[in-house]
Design a protein around this ligand. Structure first.
Ligand SMILES: NC(=O)C1=CN([C@@H]2O[C@H](COP(=O)(O)OP(=O)(O)OC[C@H]3O[C@@H](n4cnc5c(N)ncnc54)[C@H](OP(=O)(O)O)[C@@H]3O)[C@@H](O)[C@H]2O)C=CC1
Ligand SMILES: CC(=O)N[C@@H](CCC(=O)OP(=O)(O)O)C(=O)O
Length: 350
């Protein structure tokens, strides 16, 4: 801390998650961005690659040097690809930094499960144990005072916030959960690929990684903890022609004659006092545009008495609540600050 402000650094500051961290941290009253870091553009002004930051961020990008980062900052965000975080985070922790990692590398507690889904070597088991999985509305107490947070994935954030209260209350049958999720293209990061370039995705809807998506074990791990029994899910991801946003539509069989009003009451009670989860009125389902650019997760319900099934619709902005916003919410909890500090931006509309 210096001058009352916490010094933070961002590795991967030239990616979508990193640059969104910058947007929010610039408005955070308790934080100073001490270093923005790049593995490929050291010495270059950050505003060169991001002209929207002209005269807002005058810093040059620093290189990836854990000791040098520790001299400048107290906390580091790693907005780096899976596989990169797994190797870099141990060095940052060893240099004495507190770490909030945005990748999937430390979310799965069982290294063999991680390797089966991510297809590369898992980080050290001790570090997997040490990492606190920071789904803020569920694990807020664990995050307080922690030194190392593993920030949840974008699809899991929308999905878990949508399912946990009903599962915890025993209102849905855990064996019947189906998740149909759609993401904007920024979820794939800033790098261009054949899958996500304009002509491939414009006016198109693509399904991908069916039954193989790396977020399946993350969702199952958390739901199993909540249910107190092993839970498996069917999860299908779709790429949609929008920039930001995730809609997770979830289906499960109800274990009783619960109404939409019952669900609304249950969820409002569960999330009572938590500012970033908004539960919609009966018959009012959320749209991605209604959370665009914000840290909100909006949830709506439909009960079908004909089939006895519940539909839950949960939307987030993948880059905010699904990445940078939740990472800052975790920083706030970690530091004992109000979790909303620096995050109370209204969604951008239209
Ligand atoms: N986009 C999203 O909606 C979400 C992303 N995530 C996760 O957050 C992380 C960042 O995602 P996102 O910002 O979208 O990805 P991007 O691809 O946009 O950015 C990743 C950044 O990592 C940096 N990088 C690459 N290799 C290295 C390295 N060896 N050492 C240090 N830095 C490196 C790159 O910058 P440079 O070349 O300048 O070093 C790059 O800009 C990923 O793990 C992703 O899975 C999680 C939830 C949602
Ligand atoms: C649209 C899109 O491609 N989204 C990415 C989300 C990647 C991500 O956030 O990866 P981790 O959370 O596992 O680090 C995907 O589906 O793989």
């Amino acid at each position: 801390m210096s001058g009352g402000k916490l010094k933070v650094a961002i590795v991967g500051s030239t990616g979508y998650g990193g640059v969104e961290l910058i947007r929010f941290l610039l408005g955070h009253p308790m934080v100073e961005i001490a270093s923005v870091i790049s593995s490929s553009s050291e010495g270059v002004p950050i505003a060169e690659g991001f002209p929207h930051l002209t005269e807002i961020m005058t810093q040059n990008l620093d290189g990836v040097d854990p000791q040098a980062i520790a001299e400048k900052a107290d906390v580091v965000f790693t907005a780096t690809p899976s596989g990169v975080s797994g190797k870099l985070v141990p060095e940052l922790l060893a240099a004495g930094l507190k770490v909030i990692d945005l990748s999937g590398d430390f979310r799965i507690k069982d290294g063999s499960v991680y390797e089966a889904w991510y297809k590369h070597e898992a980080p050290d088991a001790k570090l997997l144990e040490q990492a606190v999985y920071g789904l803020c509305e569920l694990h807020g107490e664990d995050v307080k005072g922690a030194d190392f947070i593993s920030n949840p994935g974008c699809y899991p954030t929308a999905t878990l916030l949508g399912l946990i209260p009903a599962l915890k209350a025993g209102w849905i049958d855990p064996k019947t959960i189906i998740i149909d999720a759609k993401s904007g293209v920024s979820g794939a990061g800033r790098g261009v690929s054949l899958t996500n370039h304009f002509a491939e995705i414009n006016e198109n809807l693509k399904v991908y990684k069916v039954n193989k998506h790396q977020h399946i074990p993350e969702v199952e791990q958390c739901l199993s903890q909540v249910a107190g029994e092993p839970v498996t899910v069917t999860f299908t991801a779709h790429l949609t022609p929008m920039t930001r946003g995730i809609m997770s539509t979830m289906y499960a069989s109800l274990k009783g004659a619960y109404t939409e009003e019952d669900l609304i009451r249950l969820y409002r009670e569960y999330y009572g006092g938590r500012k970033f989860v908004r539960i919609r009125e009966a018959g009012k389902w959320p749209a991605t545009k209604e959370v665009f650019g914000s840290n909100y997760c909006d949830i709506g319900f439909a009960v079908d008495p004909r089939t006895g099934r519940l539909t839950i619709i949960s939307v987030i902005d993948n880059v905010v609540k699904g990445a940078a916003g939740q990472a800052i919410q975790n920083l706030n909890l970690m530091m004992g600050w109000d979790e909303t500090t620096g995050l109370m931006l209204s969604p951008v509309y239209p």
